[in-house]
Design a protein around this ligand. Structure first.
Ligand code: SAM
Length: 576
């Protein structure tokens, strides 16, 4: 590969030449999707940013192998020397017409094609191409100066932050024949950024997207951009929409059922965990393109429920489910809250406070890891366990409580179902197990955007607006700490969304018992799990101090690790 310019200048101009095996792969993908090759006619191929001609060379070779004899190869590059090298290379290896010009592709479009002028556009059809192959420059258009960037945005009808490959994509739509195929290397950012909205819309308007290949962190290029390949077909009149394939490959630490491949290109044709050349492993998945909110501007990502790979990795690292530690229960339900539950007991009573008052945990004090300090409400709790039997207290033994309740006897006896069930008039309708309150327990909110789970070590009672579980089987309490770490993590948000798909208004999730009991707990004996237990205890005890965010971040990352996954991978894939 010739050194045409210094590395800094190259970077500034978005010049990262495509490795040969990737060029060959894109050429093969284009032809795989093309039903008019071989043709007796001359096939016109085009690269709007030729560089040293590597992509055109691969496409010409692939066309020849398919029996296509007559080819005209055209293209542009702003770099004169690169154009000369490209011409020489093509002529040296192949017998075809070559029309490579030094020039700015975008300027050429503005002068010769107009997206705003339909008549002019039709007149240009004889100048259109059957196949386009391209790795356009990636540069923020803003870096090209204000007047140039404004002109590009206006010429190509693009809004917001524009990267140079956006107008190249729009330009390719202009020069490609209807039914023609293009293979374009782009940055994967346009799929999931707000600034990519206008180009996403244009792609869907002008092309059928045949295949998106997100090359993730495979490091094909020196640049920091994560590349993707777009294989598209220019729309023809009256064509039905088609399903778009989506492939992605990202590095993974997981070594489960790893297959071997010689290089990334070979790995792309496989699926699951693939180790490349005895070194780094990658996770390769194949699915369909999914457009969020079904709109033209919606983010693009791979459509799939939690992939089998993820699930089996989680399964492999799982010790048990939340439901195996203890039954998920709702809090108490009095059916007369105005009598039993109050936040003004201290003003109602001085010396004759009801003996049965107990602090009550309600959703008002919900907070991750540890409830906010003050218990606003207390409950007059009229239940106990006597001789191993659950039942109501002997109310006469608690004169202050008895006195208070008697004042509300009529209201309480109005609960016919209590009396008809043969229960005392002063009972709470659903008191839960009075002995269980003593135990350490994990409490959570039913409806919230982010999971909110916290620990109670003080034997408090939980109100019916929250759910809770304790260590029913008297196993090690550390499992509760482990469960709380998992529950407050981005891992569980991801797991929830993939497994249960139950989002409510304004992005709120419902943490129903049937979901929460299926949340996984990692094997507690591992070093990672031990660190998680220690960290969640530390967060609980130090929560009142400022700056607990870094500890929480650290714990979050450990949760992913404990299930053999990496948070960054999932974030990158746009799940979160
Ligand atoms: C990412 S490199 C790709 C080169 C080559 N196609 C390859 O894949 O190896 C981008 C190329 O675009 C050229 N370029 C930058 N701006 C251009 C423009 N406005 N018109 C045409 N070519 C341009 C650069 O000189 C560079 O050769």
């Amino acid at each position: 590969m010739p050194t045409i310019q210094g590395p800094e200048l190259k970077k500034l101009q978005g010049i990262h030449y495509t490795p040969k095996n990737l060029c060959d792969f894109i050429a093969s993908k284009i032809l795989e999707n093309c039903n008019f090759i071989p043709s007796k006619k001359e096939i016109k191929i085009f690269d709007p940013a030729v560089g040293d001609g590597a992509l055109l060379l691969s496409l010409i070779k692939a066309l020849n192998l398919k029996g296509q004899k007559k080819i005209e190869a055209s293209g542009f590059d702003t770099d004169t020397l690169a154009i000369e090298i490209a011409k020489d290379r093509i002529k040296e290896h192949f017998d075809c017409d070559v029309d490579l010009r030094t020039g700015d592709f975008l300027e050429y479009l503005s002068e010769n094609y107009s997206i705003k002028d339909e008549l002019f556009r039709t007149a240009q059809e004889s100048n259109q191409y059957d196949l386009v192959i391209s790795n356009p420059p990636y540069v923020r258009v803003q870096n090209l100066g204000t007047s140039r960037s404004q002109r590009i945005a206006s010429d190509f009808d693009l809004k917001g932050r524009v990267d140079l490959y956006y107008p190249f994509i729009c330009g390719i739509a202009q020069i490609l024949k209807p039914g023609g195929i293009a293979g374009i290397i782009v940055s994967n950012r346009f799929m999931t950024t707000k600034s990519g909205a206008s180009v996403r819309k244009r792609i869907l308007n002008d092309f059928h997207v045949l295949h998106v290949l997100d090359l993730g962190d495979t490091k094909f290029f020196e640049a920091a951009v994560l590349p993707a390949i777009l294989i598209v077909r220019k729309k023809q009149i009256n064509e039905k929409p088609i399903e778009s394939k989506f492939t992605k490959i990202y590095s993974t630490e997981d070594a489960l059922n790893t297959k071997e491949s010689k290089n990334i290109i070979e790995a792309l044709k496989m699926s699951g965990c693939v180790r490349v050349n005895g070194g780094q492993s990658y996770y390769v998945s194949h699915g369909k393109l999914y457009r969020e909110s079904g709109q033209d501007e919606g983010f693009w990502r791979m459509e799939q429920a939690i992939s089998n790979g993820f699930l089996s990795t989680i399964q492999k690292h799982k010790y048990c489910d939340f439901g195996d530690i203890g039954k998920i229960r709702v809090g108490v339900k009095t059916t007369a809250d105005e009598v039993f539950i109050r936040n003004d007991w201290h003003t109602l009573f001085r010396n004759d406070k009801p003996e049965l008052l107990r602090p009550l945990i309600t959703h008002h004090i919900a907070n991750r890891f540890r409830a906010v300090e003050s218990h606003k409400f207390s409950i007059l709790y009229t239940h106990e366990v006597r001789n191993n039997l659950r039942g109501s207290v002997k109310i006469e033994n608690y004169p202050n409580s008895h006195k208070y309740l008697k004042q509300h006897r009529e209201r309480l006896e109005g609960r016919k179902y209590v009396i008809e069930a043969g229960r005392n008039w002063f009972e709470i309708w659903v008191p839960q197990d009075p002995n269980a309150w003593k135990k350490n327990k994990v409490i959570f909110r039913d409806i919230s955007e982010k999971p909110t789970f916290w620990m109670d070590l003080e034997g408090n009672i939980v109100n019916g607006d929250c759910y809770w579980f304790t260590n029913d089987k008297n196993v090690n309490d550390d499992l509760l700490w482990l469960a709380m770490s998992v529950a407050n993590s981005t891992f569980i948000e991801f797991y929830y969304d993939q497994m249960f798909h139950n989002k409510l208004y304004s992005n709120k999730r419902r943490f129903m018992s049937q979901y929460v009991e299926k949340f996984p707990i990692p094997t507690p004996e591992t070093n990672v799990a031990k660190q998680m237990i220690a960290l969640s205890k530390e967060i609980y005890h130090r929560l009142k101090e400022n700056n607990m965010t870094s500890l929480q971040e650290k714990l979050d990352s450990l949760v992913w690790k404990s299930f053999g996954l990496r948070r960054e991978e999932v974030f990158r894939e746009g799940y979160l």
